[in-house]
Design a protein. Structure first.
Length: 129
């Protein structure tokens, strides 16, 4: 929480895995002490619909490219992933130049990734990717 409350306003994408309880989606602390941060969920599906991560449909309809496009369009600079790891964590870990791990809790369960939007724009401009 302290990492995203550094005084600068951030545009934060928040995601969380499902553990059967739902207590892990803590949004308010990410707003910052002066409410300077904008926090939102960014859908992972091609069409932008919100799916339930508890069933396999989320992964069948998921698109890392569509998700990345939305992150860029929404001017997201940080992605906060709360454990257990949601699908987005695998995508972020597959390109560590695009998503740099910026902070994590002691167990590495909850993480903050910094998005390189310029690199993302370059990747999205290439139709072969």
């Amino acid at each position: 929480w302290r990492f995203v409350d550094d005084g600068a306003p951030h545009h934060i994408a928040l995601t969380a895995g499902w553990d059967g309880v739902g207590h892990n989606l803590l949004r308010e602390p990410l707003l910052g002490t002066r409410l300077q941060n904008r926090v939102r969920y960014v859908p992972i599906t091609v069409d932008g619909s919100i799916v339930d991560y508890r069933n396999g449909e989320a992964l069948r309809r998921a698109s890392p490219r569509a998700w990345l496009r939305r992150l860029v369009d929404d001017q997201i600079d940080l992605v906060v992933a709360l454990g257990p790891p949601p699908p987005e964590v695998g995508w972020m870990q597959s390109d560590r130049a695009l998503f740099q791990l910026a902070a994590a809790d002691d167990r590495g369960l909850n993480r903050v990734y910094r998005l390189d939007r310029e690199r993302a724009r370059t990747l999205l401009a290439d139709p072969a990717r």
